[in-house]
Design a protein around this ligand. Structure first.
Ligand code: TYM
Length: 402
């Protein structure tokens, strides 16, 4: 334990130095622009919760759309819980070893992006069994039809390869159906009031809100009604560089469609150079009419914290080909320090595991607290909450499970 505390302390000091400059620039990205740190939502304290799947390297959509916004919430003084959603990743991912590697990679990126384990909770979802327990309880309040109508379920179910799905015959795994219910459990377990996510997660958050209300009506109030925090700066839906009618996605087979946070400067320049635009040579921001060029403007703005009008004005006289070079340099400038910090952290797997282990111990306390209340309301047998810190047996059970 001493070692963990020492590591966290030294890491935390390092983080303060690294992010001191950035803190000065960060503004609160409250969804409604009205609430200050610690303000309540419907009587509940403000809590920000989000998750990232360890299904491969993060791309700029994940970063600008979710991770960076989480960090800004933290830096504005809000209570942040961020977890690696490895249980969700199991619905599409099957190789145990790479899941663990991706988990460490993602943890390094989250820390490099500014998540501070001294102020925020950072942990792996599967290290807190209450996620799955609450998922079951919520699943009993949710119809199959409700979940089957969700667009993400339909998209993912359609992609299950014939003969390669849950088992015999390539059936859609039950986990895909439960995915949004587990996501509801993730946010309700920590009594989230605000959930920074990309636009693709909006329907899932609507389900979480509905399940919070259903629970309330059936058993009594146990959770705030969470809401998705969707920004209006274009970061909620970063588009594919190859097909701007679609969102940028980790699972895109065309590698040029996605800018990864681990991409080198040269790779970023090349991908932006190949980005699909249109035949009009000048730069404008018209997302409906010109989705490709507008996506580049959005990326430029996200990288340099500016408004589309400013970016378009600055690019006056440039062709789209010339403008691509500006966008590429803006992205390289924004991602280079992040990439360097993540590489340093990635070389310290022990530190990463310590951070996750300590985060999970704190997360379990919160989760136990909520779950005890929920179980009591639902009339379930009570189990005494787990002790505050992991036991020695827990600590050696898995390389990164805590
Ligand atoms: P994941 O890992 O697929 O995505 C992580 C976050 O990135 C956002 N995102 C995007 N934002 C803008 N533009 C894009 N092109 C883009 N692509 C992805 C996603 O909306 C997400 O916020 N289901 C979640 C993981 C999760 C979760 C949760 C999130 C599990 N439980 C509870 C919030 C709360 C997901 O899709 O992760």
């Amino acid at each position: 334990m001493k070692f963990i505390r020492r590591s966290l302390l030294s890491y935390s000091r390092w983080m303060v130095c690294v992010h001191r400059g950035r803190l000065a620039r960060c503004s609160s990205s409250n969804a409604d622009g009205t609430e200050g740190a610690g303000a309540a939502a419907g009587g509940w304290p403000r809590r920000v919760v989000s998750g990232l799947q360890p299904t491969g390297a993060l791309h700029v959509g994940n970063y600008f759309g979710a991770l960076r916004r989480c960090v800004r919430e933290q830096d504005a003084g809000h209570d942040l819980t961020l977890f690696v959603a490895d249980l969700h990743a199991l619905t599409t991912h099957h190789k145990g070893q790479s899941l663990q590697e991706n988990t460490l990679e993602l943890t390094a990126l989250a820390l490099a992006a500014g998540v501070d384990p001294a102020r925020s909770l950072l942990f792996v979802q599967s290290a807190v069994p209450r996620h799955a327990e609450l998922c079951w309880l919520l699943a009993c309040l949710c119809s199959q039809a409700r979940v089957q109508h969700l667009p993400q379920y339909r998209e993912k179910a359609a992609l299950v390869p014939r003969g390669g799905g849950a088992g015999d015959g390539g059936e859609v795994p039950l986990g895909l159906l439960l995915y949004p219910v587990l996501q509801a459990a993730d946010v309700l377990l920590y009594r989230a009031t605000h959930v920074p996510v990309g636009a693709d997660q909006q329907h899932h958050l609507q389900l979480a809100a509905q399940l919070a209300r259903t629970f309330h009506h059936r058993y009594g109030p146990a959770f705030p009604v969470p809401r998705a925090m969707l920004p209006d700066d274009g970061s909620d839906r970063v588009r594919s560089l190859r097909d701007p009618s679609r969102k940028m996605s980790k699972s895109d087979r065309d590698r040029r469609a996605t800018i990864l946070l681990t991409d080198s400067d040269d790779a970023i320049r090349e991908k932006i150079r190949k980005a699909v635009t249109d035949c009009t040579p000048h730069v404008s921001f018209e997302p409906e009419l010109r989705p490709g060029v507008s996506n580049l403007v959005a990326l430029h703005c996200l990288a340099e914290d500016k408004l589309p009008e400013e970016a378009v004005e600055e690019s006056d006289g440039l062709t789209t080909a010339q403008y691509k070079r500006v966008v590429a340099e803006a992205l390289c400038g924004a991602l280079r320090p992040l990439r360097a910090r993540a590489a340093e952290l990635r070389a310290r797997p022990r530190l990463l595991r310590d951070v996750l282990r300590a985060g999970a111990a704190r997360a379990r306390l919160r989760a136990d607290h909520t779950y005890a209340h929920v179980a009591q309301l639902a009339g379930l047998a009570q189990r005494p909450p787990r002790p505050a810190l992991a036991s020695a047996a827990d600590a050696v059970s898995s390389p990164i499970s805590e």
